[in-house]
Design a protein around this ligand. Structure first.
Ligand SMILES: [Fe+2]
Length: 242
């Protein structure tokens, strides 16, 4: 989490050099921005998602008391989030040609790989030793998992990000499948495709609701076959091919 704070600062710095600063940050007398820029970010986020500061920890604490296998859920969540994040950064490298952003992303990816390795090893050990953990984690991933950022960002914003990064064609699709393969290699999680399922659901929502996630509908003639209007080129290219 500590490194993640500085990742955020690095990305904010990058955006600031293009004049993008949301929300506007307080400045020091010399015009520079104090670091860290948002020291109370976690408290503010908790309040914003409606659990109140500190209160969001209660279910976690109760869960930990109820079953020691609960920690396996925490670890798998960490593993999926870290892997999704770093794969998203790889996808962003593929989708943009900015040499400085590439450099920044590659550095951040190195940190995220380390975070992922920790969570994966923890999750694997806990899944290996307990049948309850395997069942609990499988159930939780199937029923409760949402992509990292959901809750803080709206469903439409998460869909837009997922479609932009991974819905642009076979390469994005393959990156998503690689995440699912890595997760489903863990004990008890065979055959799970949670991330690809999310991408498909996002593409479906975009196809069903013209304008959703910033995707404009195609001209009328293109959708005269009785099906829902086709999404724009990049969403269409990302649709499942098999
Ligand atoms: Fe991380």
């Amino acid at each position: 989490m500590y490194e993640g704070l500085w990742h955020g600062e690095a990305f904010s710095d990058f955006l600031r050099s293009y004049g993008i600063e949301l929300p506007a940050e307080p400045k020091l007398p010399d015009g520079s921005t104090p670091m860290p820029t948002r020291p109370h970010r976690w408290r503010e986020l908790r309040v914003r998602v409606g659990v109140g500061n500190g209160l969001g920890l209660v279910p976690t604490m109760l869960g930990s008391i109820m079953t020691r296998d609960f920690a396996a859920i925490h670890m798998i969540w960490g593993a999926v989030n870290e892997l999704t994040t770093l794969t998203g950064y790889h996808a962003l490298i593929r989708r943009c040609e900015h040499p400085v952003l590439h450099q920044l992303l590659r550095k951040v990816i190195q940190d995220e790989r380390r975070h992922f390795a920790f969570y994966r090893a923890q999750a694997k050990a806990r899944l290996q030793r307990s049948r309850t953990a395997r069942r609990l984690v499988r159930w939780a991933l199937s029923n409760l998992w949402t992509p990292v950022g959901a809750g803080v960002k709206s469903e439409q914003e998460v869909d837009a990000l997922a479609i932009y990064l991974f819905g642009d064609g076979p390469q994005g699709r393959e990156q998503i499948r690689e995440i699912d393969r890595t997760i489903s290699d863990l004990p008890g999680l065979g055959g799970m495709t949670i991330v690809e399922d999310y991408l498909d659901a996002a593409l479906r929502r975009a196809a069903e609701r013209p304008g959703w996630a910033g995707i404009a509908p195609l001209p009328r003639a293109a959708s005269s076959n009785g099906h829902a209007p086709a999404p724009t080129h990049w969403a269409k290219a990302g649709a499942r091919e098999d």
